[in-house]
Design a protein around this ligand. Structure first.
Ligand SMILES: Cc1cc2nc3c(=O)[nH]c(=O)nc-3n(C[C@H](O)[C@H](O)[C@H](O)COP(=O)(O)OP(=O)(O)OC[C@H]3O[C@@H](n4cnc5c(N)ncnc54)[C@H](O)[C@@H]3O)c2cc1C
Length: 406
């Protein structure tokens, strides 16, 4: 197994007793990451969405890690899913983004809130990569404040009719089904989550290509023009859409945070290897003390980032047993906000340091640090910006009376 990843598992072994099955899943995550690295690099250089990567993830059973066995998954805990995602994060956050949406944001949301019919319809197909899923919350004018969304649905007989635009949606232009959040046109207070089949009439999509990273990940804009969805597409109760969205983001944020640990590990691995082979001023650059500082800082970042993420993942086991328990929800929100805020900042800083160790070659997508640097910036934005998470953390500490917004 890849050395840095093996060390994470060994360190965690002090607080978690891994079963044989869990270790075998993590071995598979390691093998899948090795294999995905080859195609990921080629596609990254060409700025092409990598559709080979999900096939490899499926081959190694990664798309169903936290999905219950009755739907064909491994039935594993968040901790194991987080560790698998950590390993994938070493490749950058592009495939990680696909994975985060397919598994953490969409499949887990269907598993938690979907009807039995929806679970049977989507979960097994999603973990077999037979369908791609997406999560459509953000709009051009509703990002950090998703509750101000303008997309609407109207009930007509046994159908919902949707109108609006969703923007910056991962997997948006390749997904077969998207969980769309929309407001009831007759009762503005009601927001609901509705599963939209992207083959439906009135769905228009556009790929957003002009990103500054995540080159192998699809990001799309979706226009919905009188799109008719059978009412069996409602996910969760009508009017409880924001509840569904926030519980989905709780999983999604944890997924992003674990990918960030991978970015730090990838940065460390690359920086160490460069420091041990590049010679300047007559000696290996790793023997220059200022380069040693970069390496020590990245190693410290790894230590600071991973424990809040593991803690949040382990606490999730408690929360999953009693997901309506208010105290457990609040603890999960705090731990997840801390984990994502800390890990994403340290991931970006680590990738920056790794680029510095590489010098000019680091400012290139041909160097292993290029993708880590370009990709990791987004982790401070999507699924809750730094600022929104800070407000969440402050509110949890100060109390509800200090809530910055509701
Ligand atoms: C590559 C990519 C993929 C994405 N994938 C998805 C996806 O799959 N599904 C999805 O629904 N969305 C997705 N998003 C959207 C993402 O979640 C939003 O970009 C994010 O929530 C921020 O919203 P915004 O971009 O509208 O920024 P804004 O909300 O306009 O924020 C701009 C700035 O203002 C700050 N700000 C806003 N409100 C406050 C406040 N009250 N106090 C202090 N500061 C504040 C923000 O923190 C930020 O710094 C994706 C985004 C990107 C870039």
């Amino acid at each position: 197994m890849e050395e840095i990843f093996a060390k994470s598992i060994e360190d965690l072994g002090h607080v978690h007793k891994f079963t044989e099955k869990e270790l075998s899943i993590l071995e598979n995550a390691d093998k899948a990451a090795e294999e995905i690295a080859e195609t990921e690099f080629e596609h990254y250089i060409k700025h092409e969405v990598n559709l080979d990567a999900p096939k490899t993830a499926k081959k190694y059973g990664l798309l169903g890690i936290p999905i219950k066995e009755e739907y064909g998954g491994s039935g594993s805990t968040h901790l194991i899913a987080v560790l698998a995602k950590e390993r994938l994060g070493q490749l950058g956050m592009s495939f990680s983004s696909f994975y985060n949406v397919q598994v953490f944001l969409a499949s887990l949301t269907i598993q938690r809130w979907g009807t039995e019919e929806q679970k049977k319809k989507y979960l097994n197909k999603a973990l077999n990569n037979d369908i791609v899923l997406a999560f459509g919350l953000t709009e051009p004018e509703a990002g950090s404040d998703p509750a101000s969304m303008k997309t609407t649905y109207a009930k007509e007989g046994s159908e919902y009719v949707l109108n609006g635009t969703k923007y910056l949606i991962t997997n948006g232009s390749i997904a077969d089904h998207i969980i769309i959040f929309a407001r009831n046109s007759e009762n503005q207070k009601q927001i609901s989550a509705i599963m939209v089949d992207t083959k439906s009439k009135g769905v228009n999509r556009m790929q957003l290509k002009e990103k500054i990273g995540l080159f192998t990940s699809d990001t799309g804009m979706i226009e919905l023009e009188n799109v008719r969805v059978p009412d069996s597409g409602l996910v969760g109760e009508e009017g409880k859409g924001m509840h569904v969205a926030y519980s989905a983001l709780l999983n999604g944020r944890l997924g992003v945070a674990s990918g960030c640990i991978g970015v730090i590990e990838g940065s460390l691995k690359a920086a160490v290897s460069r420091a041990q082979e590049r010679v300047q001023h007559g000696k290996l650059i790793g023997k220059h003390q200022l380069i040693q500082r970069h390496i020590a800082e990245i190693r410290e970042n790894l230590e600071m980032a991973r424990w809040p993420v593991y803690m949040a993942a382990m606490q999730r086991a408690e929360y999953e047993k009693d997901p309506n328990n208010k105290a457990l929800i609040e603890e999960a929100e705090l731990r997840t906000a801390l984990a994502k805020k800390i890990a994403s900042r340290l991931a970006f800083e680590s990738a920056d340091r790794a680029v510095q160790v590489y010098g000019g070659f680091g400012y290139s997508l041909l160097a292993p640090v290029g993708a880590l640097f370009c990709d990791s910036r987004v982790s401070r934005i999507y699924e809750g910006t730094d600022e929104i998470l800070e407000l969440k953390i402050a509110e949890e500490v100060l109390g509800k009376d200090f809530e910055a917004f509701s």
